[in-house]
Write a protein that binds this ligand. Structure first.
Ligand code: NAP
Length: 287
């Protein structure tokens, strides 16, 4: 019999791609936000009681960091309390709980990467703080929780599929419009094709409870990464369009670059992310 997966946030950027990729392999429950508001504890409990999923894949969130900064109470309600409601109900009704945390948890770290899950963290923005609190509280409520610290993700625009401002879109728009764009020099972060993140999710359902870094590594800074991608995209010398931003992150370098050794080992080698540049090359070869 097919596993029954409750997907929260199924209409979102990651959720819609998970559904598209895995809809024939699992029996998917995909309540809309209106059908299941994750901030309503009683509704969450009742939904799990009546629908008995084997896995709760929790992708619903307020995912815009800027919006969370402006609306911290709303962010807390959705990103912390909503996650706790699902973790608690999953524990009560015997479902595995897997949710997306974020590499923004590392945004206050001073050391260079790649960072592992056990380094002490002190996120500086509301979104990162709330994701960290969600991890800790979900783990207390339900020790079998799998929290996946995802990187910034990208995809190409497609009919009917939601898309956020993402790395490849920003560069493609700049190239098409011949409009200069700046990328930070003092930032190191992995950037992942969402297709890879979605591909590995079923493997994550079988992981022991814990926090796992989840996405591409990257040893280049964001400006260097953008230059390489721009040259790949249009055979362009990037200098005219891409400009180094030396001002951003003046306090300390922003290093979100993660090691994924833990998930590689725990999944028996199944979850193996491309580097950021290899992922971009693969993505580009399929355009
Ligand atoms: N996208 C990235 O690059 C990225 C990077 C790192 C981590 N993440 C994390 O990955 C997960 C998925 O992100 P995403 O980019 O797919 O997010 P998204 O596109 O913003 O989608 C969020 C989803 O959550 C739903 N939602 C919001 N509030 C809800 C509530 N109270 N009850 C029920 N549903 C609610 C939204 O439905 P409505 O639109 O109908 O409100 C939407 O389907 C999130 O946890 C995010 O923080 C994303």
């Amino acid at each position: 019999m097919q596993k029954k997966i409750l997907v929260t946030g199924a209409s979102g950027f990651v959720g819609s791609r998970f559904v598209e990729r895995w809809r024939y392999d699992f029996s998917l429950l995909m309540p809309s936000h209106a059908e299941l508001d994750i901030t309503d504890e009683a509704s969450v409990d009742s939904y799990l009681l009546h629908n008995t999923p084997d896995v709760v894949l929790h992708l619903a969130a307020l995912s815009n960091t800027w919006y969370c900064e402006q609306h911290p109470e709303e962010s807390y309600k959705v990103n912390v309390e909503g996650t706790c409601n699902l973790a608690r109900a999953a524990m009560l009704h015997g479902a595995k709980f897997v949710f997306f945390s974020s590499d923004q948890i590392y945004n206050g770290n001073l050391e260079c990467g790649p960072l592992s899950e056990d380094v002490p963290v002190m996120p500086e923005n509301v979104y990162g703080k709330h994701k960290l609190e969600a991890e800790r509280r979900a783990m207390e409520l339900n020790p079998a929780t799998v929290a996946l610290r995802a990187t910034w993700m990208y995809d190409k625009p497609r009919e009917g599929m939601p898309l956020h401002n993402n790395f490849v879109q920003l560069i493609a728009a700049s190239v098409n419009e011949r409009r200069p764009i700046m990328f930070p020099v003092r930032e190191y972060r992995g950037i992942t094709w969402v297709k890879e993140a979605v591909e590995f999710l079923p493997a994550a359902f079988g992981l022991p409870g814990g926090v796992y870094n989840y996405g591409a590594g990257n040893s280049m800074n964001t400006y260097e990464t953008a230059c390489c991608y721009c040259e790949m995209l249009a055979g362009l010398q990037s200098g005219a369009l891409l400009q180094p931003d030396y001002e951003r992150y003046p306090g300390h370098e922003r290093n979100l670059s993660m090691s994924t050794d833990k998930i590689f080992r725990a999944s028996g080698g199944t979850v193996f992310f491309s580097t950021t540049m290899d992922g971009l090359r693969l993505f580009h070869s399929m355009l």
